[in-house]
Design a protein around this ligand. Structure first.
Ligand code: PBG
Length: 354
């Protein structure tokens, strides 16, 4: 609720000081600092809280056994073989993190122009979903729908003569979503920004008896430089020809984000997402205010890398920067955050420290 400043300020003027204020002391009735003077009081007036329920933890997958391969541009993040991903899922469940997001690093030998490995029911991500759902059944699993981990050109859709085809791509994405649902994925998250994909995927899922599989739409996803480290992690950076500006949104646009979100809701999205995170908090706040949907923010790889790089250089306190960045999402209206800090912040919350 907005505060009308007229009232208290009038009151301030109308209250006569009982006695002369001590020399140097301002005659102020209203002192916002009173509420901030002690930790118990700060806790009592705090408006927002981050809990582990707010976290979705993205994991990178790689073929092999017992592999934990560092991602150079994302300190403390590793590509995990399936057995290690199961261990991470177990850790996440113990920390009460509700959901994982899985991203495969696809061997270059399995990438082709059409991303056909996306339709292999035995691909890395599907095997990982099955293993995690078997060993850690109570954790949610979210899978991206997009072709970029599988295409030799690194784009999210089918590329013909320099153009990303929309409707032809959507047809493939529906099949990709079905394969992931069959593997046991709980939430399908289309991250490709093709027009009409949410409705087509919803139809496809419902038609095959997957009416309970949720859709979290990457509804307002911007063409961002902050995805760089992620593309290193999934190996699509070296491959990427050109950029994604014919399908991902222009960072200069805000009203368009509301139209994108509205379409995805109309097409059947259960949850919507804004991505990247911190540079787009204005979009997040408007989306939440306008639609009141379960709304998520993706604190993307570049945001993580910035905090970790500065912390690694001793230029800022990484732990504090992490915590502050995450509460900012809650303040802006997010119901949850996809963040590479998920396990770390969950450990901190468990100790009562955030
Ligand atoms: C794939 C996808 C991307 C991210 C999530 N899904 C990269 C991209 O669109 O190029 C980025 C996540 C991150 O940077 O952490 N479409």
């Amino acid at each position: 609720m907005a505060i009308k400043f007229g009232r208290p300020l009038e009151r301030l003027r109308s209250v006569p000081a009982e006695a002369e204020a001590p020399a140097g002391r301002l005659d102020l009735a209203i002192r916002p600092r009173r509420n901030r003077r002690a930790e118990w009081s700060r806790r009592m007036v705090r408006e927002h809280a981050l809990t582990t329920d707010d976290l979705i933890w993205p994991l990178f997958l790689v073929d092999g056994v017992n592999v934990r391969a560092p991602v150079t541009s994302m300190p403390d993040v590793e590509r995990l073989s399936i057995d290690q991903a199961v261990r991470a899922a177990d850790r996440a469940a113990k920390l009460a993190i509700p959901c994982l997001a899985l991203f495969p690093y696809t061997d270059p030998s399995k990438r082709d122009d059409d991303g056909s490995e996306a339709l292999n029911a035995d691909n890395l991500v599907c095997r990982a979903v099955r293993a995690i759902k078997k060993e850690v059944p109570d954790i949610g699993v979210l899978c991206d729908v997009a072709l970029d981990p599988y295409t030799s050109h690194g784009h999210d859709g089918l590329l013909r003569d320099g153009v990303i085809l929309n409707d032809e791509t959507v047809a493939v994405l529906v099949r990709q979503a079905l394969i992931q649902a069959e593997a046991g994925c709980d939430i399908i998250a289309p991250s490709d920004m093709m027009d009409g994909r949410v409705g087509a995927i919803r139809n496809g899922l419902d038609g095959k008896g997957f009416g309970d599989v949720q859709i979290m739409a990457y509804a307002a996803k911007y063409a961002s430089a902050f995805y760089g480290p992620f593309r290193d992690a999934v190996g699509s950076n070296a491959a990427l020809t050109g950029d994604k500006r014919t399908y991902q949104m222009d960072p200069a646009n805000a009203d368009e984000a509301l139209r994108e979100v509205e379409l995805d809701i109309a097409e059947g999205a259960d949850m919507v997402m804004v991505k990247p995170g911190l540079p787009y908090l204005d979009i997040l706040a408007r989306v939440k205010d306008t639609f009141g949907m379960p709304t998520f923010a993706y604190q993307v790889s570049g945001e993580y890398a910035m905090i970790m790089a500065a912390a690694g250089n001793g230029w800022l306190d990484g732990d504090k920067a992490m915590t502050e960045s995450l509460i900012a999402f809650k303040r802006a209206g997010a119901d949850g955050v996809l963040t590479y800090f998920a396990a770390r912040i969950a450990e901190k919350l468990k100790k009562g420290g955030a």
